[in-house]
Design a protein around this ligand. Structure first.
Ligand code: URA
Length: 434
């Protein structure tokens, strides 16, 4: 087989066989196919698309390009969750302990934040001592002992995806539906998931800006799951405004803690209950979404999910006193309310701008490896559809650098659109794809 023939075949819109896709992925991962040929192939895929069968084969080829995890000796049914990333998305911090409290073992490998999306392990690292670099043996032992692990990648999952993604990033081939869907699913499959809840965000603060595009991605991923023998449910959720109120690492941990105590912002709690309900159904802990929501609410309100979170933080070396008293989490030196410049209804928010404001304050990274400030970020006090009076706090900015306060306030002001007439609140979800 020759790489050039596979480029030509895809360029001409023909369907590649499983062997051809494996040849390409293996050859590129091992450095036998050079970047220029892989780039041409990716562009051909971007322009010509892939059939569902090709997409499933690409997913499997990438999933098996490195080590894979098999957790079946610990969890007979491995359930996982993936979010396509968003602003204020701290859902894993709540639904992982919640699922574990129901008796579903959850061993999750998460990523760091990049761009305006925060990463779960960055958030957890705002708890002093919390270790995210567990070895596979530690990962397995903890999962067996307490039924929950939230760590970084203990193994090099789907290295072909990492290599191809880096190339896509610099060749204009990231926004290809089959490439995105196979990239996400390959890592989940390599991590050993049998059943996956996919939270596909849509809107201004998401990868997919429209409901139609988000639905198409959701369908592609659920289709891959079906083709490779994994059960998937995709929720299409709103990301036109931040989820919950807190944006920034320690601030989000605090909001997750409130929610684990049965409090927290209503939209965030409801989002967590719905996503958990689907997870509980996939894990056979509930026989309907409604029953799953009821069980999830019980696990939150009884403190059982909170107890799992405490066990998780303790097991991974985190300072439990910091979560028992959230006032001990990293705190910014400057905390400033930003009053509404006028009265009226919030007509729209630009979640990406709000996320970028938090990044500029120091909560995120401009590039991989940059240090982050766990304490900084912001609190959103009003959501789309809310009526606000002039002078009422609209945001609270948490900063450690005086020079960043005014630019942050300016950016946040520009992220809000107003109306004099009542505006309908945004839905939390736009649909479910199964
Ligand atoms: N997230 C991924 O993991 N891969 C993509 O291609 C896009 C988003």
């Amino acid at each position: 087989m020759r790489a050039v023939d596979l480029i030509v075949k895809k360029r001409d819109g023909q369907e590649l066989t499983a062997d051809e896709i494996r040849f390409f992925v293996t050859g590129y991962t091992h450095g036998e196919i050079p970047d220029y040929q892989a780039s041409a192939w990716l562009m051909a895929v971007m322009l010509r698309g892939m059939t569902p069968r090709e997409t499933a084969e690409l997913t499997l080829a990438m999933a098996h390009s490195g080590q894979t995890l098999d957790l079946h000796d610990i969890a007979p049914l491995v359930v996982d969750k993936h979010s396509s990333g968003g602003v204020g998305d701290k859902v894993s911090l709540v639904i992982a302990p919640l699922a574990a409290a129901s008796g579903l073992p959850i061993g999750k490998m998460s990523g760091r934040g990049l761009g305006f999306s925060g990463g779960t392990i960055d958030k957890l690292e705002s708890i002093r001592g919390y270790r995210v670099n567990l070895s596979v043996d530690e990962f397995r032992a903890q999962l067996k002992q307490i039924g929950i692990v939230l760590s970084g990648q203990s193994v090099d999952l789907a290295p072909a995806d990492g290599k191809l993604y880096a190339l896509r990033d610099v060749t204009g081939t990231v926004p290809s539906l089959p490439l995105i869907a196979s990239s996400i699913m390959s890592k989940k499959i390599a991590a050993g998931a049998d059943a996956i809840v996919l939270d596909v965000k849509c809107g201004r603060g998401a990868f997919m800006q429209t409901v139609d595009n988000a639905r198409a991605l959701a369908q592609a991923m659920v289709g891959i799951g079906r083709d490779v023998g994994r059960k998937c449910v995709a929720l299409i959720s709103d990301m036109n405004q931040p989820l919950g109120c807190a944006v920034g690492n320690a601030l989000e941990v605090k909001e997750a803690i409130d929610t684990l105590h049965g409090k927290g912002p209503a939209d965030f709690r409801e989002h967590c209950l719905t996503a958990s309900a689907h997870m509980l159904c996939l894990g056979h802990k509930a026989d309907s979404v409604k029953a799953g929501e009821k069980l999830a609410a019980q696990l939150l309100d009884s403190g059982q999910a909170w107890a799992k979170f405490v066990a998780l933080v303790r097991a991974q070396g985190g300072d439990v006193t910091m979560i028992e008293n959230a006032e001990l989490l990293p705190k910014a030196r400057l905390v400033q309310d930003m009053p509404a410049p006028r009265g009226g209804y919030i007509a729209a928010m630009d979640a990406a701008e709000i996320g970028m404001t938090s990044v500029e304050l120091g909560a995120g990274r401009a590039k991989k490896g940059d240090p982050i400030d766990y304490a900084v970020g912001l609190i959103v006090h009003a959501k789309v559809g809310d009526r606000v009076s002039a002078g009422e706090p609209l945001f609270t900015v948490h900063a450690n650098d005086e020079g960043k306060l005014v630019p942050a306030e300016k950016r946040l002001l520009g992220a809000v659109e107003w109306s004099d007439k009542p505006v309908k609140p945004l839905p939390l979800f736009y649909g479910v794809v199964e």
